[in-house]
Each structure stands twice: as structure tokens, then as C-alpha cells.
Design a protein around this ligand. Structure first.
Ligand code: AMP
Length: 511
């Protein structure tokens, strides 16, 4: 027998087996009124009601439906209300500006856009066939008691398109099939041992790689979702205490926020001996990993991957052999990205680029056949990350072959920022690089050669120029003026040379 693996399976199982259990506790502080606690039965009803509502709007199966929102219970319902019924969900980064969101809406061909009311000030001008603010307006989409249009499950169909900033000025739409999402969820859930006893705190934005797939994992197993709208260290600790949280995911910046909060916390740290925190997005400092164990008493797990790989490629979780090591030595071992997850094959190219093969690798970039062919050349997925694989077969990410800066866990395309700076008349040449930053891992720095007739242009005016045009997390936090920039004989910027002084003495060229 071969039964298609689809996102509907996760929802159906939890409805069948855990129908009466609380599935989702919404963020109490939503701008729109939060949804009341939802059981798995109710969550499935709402997902069906959403699909029926989209039928009512005349949307075909395969149509794209986008959402731009901070974490919310409605966003979890959206992930199932679209994909589990044959439509394609397009979750968009809520930190993007109107022009960037407009591009994604148009490029994906989304016919409907759900928008968090808090974003209306910045995104109010985005044009789309139908816009619904999340809350009363989007709830009017729920058509209850009507069976949605039947969809013949197809595991090769695209379930979501996740836009990610990469090596081009414009983000690319990563097409994730149901099969991609299903297998990522199964392997991720298994290797982190997610069970029906888990209480999952959404410290990770749900738009990012579909919350890395945890929404599917936790739903399938009947665990409890605790929605968190905004990362805030003390609030994370409070929620862990209040809801008995056992599991969360995040970039190293989330871990840093929790450690800061713990230093000020009165009394025993919530979740000690119980919480496991899965970290990815950047290589966390070894000392941070050690502190998770010694100061929080939480288990630290590292994974590595990309939006294009759903994302699970590697996993690093304490193995039996390391149990008797002291925390510092254990942290050294956990500081690597990890060993291949089940079903993943890794190798490095002669240039040191990490290449991967697995069932979680994207089907294609939406409407970008050339970019797809490049990423999948020679039947390997090209990660764009420089890595070393040691004799235990653990990979460590050492540098980046691609022109991407990762700040606070979100990708920034240097090319996009360079384009924006070039649009300023005073800029003759520019190179945008990532430099180490205590809080964000990396931060964006611009090196600028001014045009001869540039007058009265200073660091702040160039930063402001970017802030008016780009999402703020992409903007330079510093600008340095130079007489010239290092280039190759063919005129190509030598970014590694430009970066070198800022990374001196560091073991890795990523942070
Ligand atoms: P994204 O597609 O936005 O999830 O970003 C993926 C990129 O994040 C990868 O290509 C890496 O450069 C980086 N990344 C993810 N996880 C890790 C990790 N554990 N260590 C180092 N870099 C990471």
C-alpha cells in the first residue's frame, strides 16, 4: 500500500485521538481578541470551516492564500485550513515592509491575504484580491457545518510557499510539498521525542519555515501549543511556569534573552530538569550552550538546516557517551551543527560547501526554474554554507559561501541592502557585510565609497535611507566610509577580505 503523506494526517489524527484535549492556548495579548482555548476537535472544525470559507470565495484547489501575522492561534488554524484541504499557504515574515510584502503577494499569486491588525499602519497599502484582518474579519471566513470541497490527497502537491532571503536581491519562494513537510515533521518529532505530554511554547515565529515544522509535529502527537506573540525573556520564563512548558525552539538570540531573564529571576528557574530547547539559525557560542545546562537546567539541542530543507538536516543531542562529561565538555560537543538526521546524506564539495540529499529538500523555487536548477545541481542540494565534517560524522558550520547575513535568526541578503544603498545618489560603491554582534549574532555593516560630489552625507542619513525602504532588521547598524573597496582583477568585490578585520581571532566566520 502507498498512502499519500499529507499535512491533513496531522490534523486528522489529533482530532480522532485527542479531540477533547486543549490543543491551543492563544496569546492573551493579541491585538485582535484572542481565540478562546481550542480543543483538537475545535481546531479541526475551524480548519474545515476556513477551507469551506475559501471555497465560498471561489478559490480553486491549489490557490495561494497568504498570511502576515505575529504568532497567533489563528495562524495555526491557517496552516491546516489551507494546506490540509488542497490549497497553498504562504506565511510571510511580519517584519517586512509594504513593498516587500507586495512583491511576495504578487509573485506567489496569493488571492487572499490575512493580516494582523497591528500591521495595518505599515502594510495597509498592500494590494491583493481580498484582504482580511485577523480577528472578527478573518473569522467571518469560517463557514461551519459545510463540508469543504473534496481534495484528492497528493503528497507531491505544494503545501506551503515560504519566502526566504538568499543570494538574490529578491526573496525566493520555497515550495514545500506535503511529503517534504510530513517527513521533516516525522524525523524531527522522533529525534526530539515529542509526545502527547509535551507542552510546546511558540518562541519561534510560525512564518519561519512553518515554525520549522513543529506545528505539524505537536498537533500529530496531541501535545499542547502555547502561543507567544513576542520574544521576551522574562515572559518566556513566566509562560514556562504557568503552562508547564516542556519544549521550545529558537535562534541563539532567544536563548540569550532567556539567560538574561534567568539572571534576574527570583526563585528556582521554571522548567529546570524538564524543558528542552532546540536551537538553530546560527552557531550558538559554546559558553551559551553550557549555561543552558548549568544556569537553566534545560536540555540544549542543536539542529541545522534551511528553509529549503524544511529544515532538518542535522541534529545534535546529548548522546549516552557524553552523559558523564562535565557540562563544559558536553557543550563543546553540542556546539557542532550535528550529525545527519535520519534519511539525510551530507558531503562537502571540494570548495568546502555543505551538500545535502534528503526527502526534505524543496521541490522547487516558485516560478524560478533557473534558481531551482542551480540549487539542485548534480542532484545535491547546495546549502551555500561552508562546513567541516569531522571523524564522528558531525558537521560544523564554519563560514558562508553565499552572500547572506543572519541577524537574530533571520536572513538578510547583502545584495538587496547594497541595491538599496546604491539608490542613494551619494553612493558610488558599496559592500554590505555581516560582522559579529553580541546580541544578534551578526549585524549588517555597510562599507561605502562616496561619489565625488556627495555633500553632507553621513552615516545616519544612509541608515535612514535604508530604513525608509527596507524591513528594519535588514538595515545597516553601521556605515564606514572608505576611499576604495578591495576587488578582484575582474572587478568583483572581495568580501572575504573586507570582512576579515572584523572577524579576526574568531574560530568560525559565522556567528
Ligand atoms: P533560513 O533558511 O532562514 O532558515 O536560514 C538558513 C541558514 O541559517 C543556513 O543556511 C545557515 O547559514 C544558518 N543556520 C541554520 N542553522 C544553523 C546552525 N545550527 N549553525 C550555523 N548556521 C545555521
Amino acid at each position: 500500500m502507498e498512502i499519500p503523506l499529507t499535512v491533513a494526517d496531522h490534523l486528522q489524527r489529533s482530532e480522532l485521538v485527542y479531540g477533547d484535549r486543549i490543543a491551543i492556548v492563544d496569546e492573551p495579548d493579541q491585538v485582535a481578541a484572542p481565540l478562546p482555548d481550542l480543543t483538537y476537535g475545535r481546531m479541526a472544525e475551524l480548519a474545515r470551516a476556513m477551507a469551506a470559507g475559501l471555497d465560498g470565495l471561489g478559490l480553486d484547489l491549489g490557490a495561494r492564500v497568504a498570511i502576515v501575522s505575529q504568532n497567533a492561534a489563528r495562524m495555526l488554524v491557517f496552516l491546516f485550513g489551507t494546506s490540509a484541504f488542497g490549497r497553498i499557504g504562504v506565511p510571510i515574515n511580519f517584519r517586512l515592509n509594504a513593498e516587500e510584502v507586495q512583491y511576495i503577494v504578487e509573485h506567489s499569486g496569493a488571492e487572499v491575504l490575512l493580516m494582523d491588525p497591528e500591521l495595518v499602519d505599515t502594510l495597509g497599502d498592500v494590494k491583493v484580491g481580498r484582504r482580511l484582518l485577523t480577528g472578527e474579519e478573518s473569522d467571518s471566513l469560517f463557514v461551519e457545518g459545510v463540508e469543504p470541497r473534496p481534495w484528492t490527497p497528493d503528497e507531491r502537491a505544494t503545501a506551503t510557499i515560504n519566502y526566504t532571503s538568499g543570494t538574490t536581491a529578491r526573496p525566493k519562494g520555497v515550495e514545500m510539498t506535503h511529503r517534504n513537510l510530513w517527513l521533516n515533521a516525522a524525523v524531527f518529532g522522533w529525534q526530539t521525542l515529542v509526545s502527547d505530554r509535551d507542552v510546546y511554547l511558540h518562541t519561534l515565529p510560525m512564518f519561519h519555515c512553518n515554525g520549522w515544522g513543529m506545528p505539524y509535529v505537536v498537533t500529530a502527537m496531541g501535545g499542547r501549543h502555547i502561543v507567544l506573540r513576542k520574544v521576551d525573556g522574562p515572559e518566556i520564563l513566566r509562560r514556562v511556569e504557568e503552562h508547564g512548558v516542556t519544549l521550545m525552539c529558537g535562534a541563539p538570540a532567544v536563548v540569550a534573552a532567556v539567560l538574561d531573564a534567568a539572571a534576574e529571576w527570583d526563585g528556582p528557574i521554571p522548567g529546570a530538569g524538564r524543558v528542552r530547547i532546540v536551537v538553530a539559525g546560527a552557531p550558538p557560542p559554546t559558553r551559551t550552550i553550557e549555561r543552558v545546562e548549568t544556569e537553566l537546567g534545560w536540555e540544549f539541542i542543536q539542529i541545522y538546516g534551511l528553509t529549503e530543507t524544511a529544515p532538518l538536516l542535522t541534529m545534535n543531542r546529548c548522546r549516552a557517551e557524553w552523559d558523564d562529561l562535565d557540562p563544559g565538555e558536553r557543550a563543546v560537543r553540542l556546539s557542532r551543527a550535528g550529525a545527519p538526521a535520519l534519511g539525510v546524506t551530507l558531503t562537502t564539495s571540494p570548495e568546502g560547501e555543505l551538500l545535502a540529499r534528503t526527502n526534505h529538500v524543496l521541490k522547487s523555487y516558485w516560478d524560478q526554474p533557473e534558481a531551482t536548477a542551480e540549487a539542485l545541481a548534480d542532484d545535491w542540494f547546495h546549502t551555500g554554507d561552508g562546513a567541516a565534517i569531522d571523524d564522528e560524522n558531525y558537521a560544523a558550520i564554519l563560514d558562508r559561501k553565499k552572500d547572506v547575513i543572519i541577524s537574530g535568526g533571520e536572513n538578510v541578503s547583502s545584495i538587496e541592502v547594497e541595491d538599496t544603498l546604491f539608490s542613494h545618489a551619494a553612493v558610488a560603491e558599496v559592500a554590505v557585510i555581516g560582522v559579529p554582534d553580541e546580541k544578534w549574532g551578526e549585524t549588517v555593516k555597510a562599507l561605502v565609497v562616496l561619489a565625488e560630489d556627495a555633500d553632507g552625507v553621513d552615516e545616519q542619513s544612509l541608515i535612514d535611507h535604508c530604513r525608509e525602504r527596507l524591513a528594519h532588521f535588514k538595515c545597516p547598524t553601521s556605515v564606514e566610509f572608505r576611499d576604495e573597496l578591495a576587488r578582484t582583477a575582474t572587478g568583483k568585490l572581495q568580501k572575504f577580505k573586507l570582512r576579515a578585520p572584523y572577524w579576526e581571532g574568531m574560530e568560525k566566520q559565522v556567528n
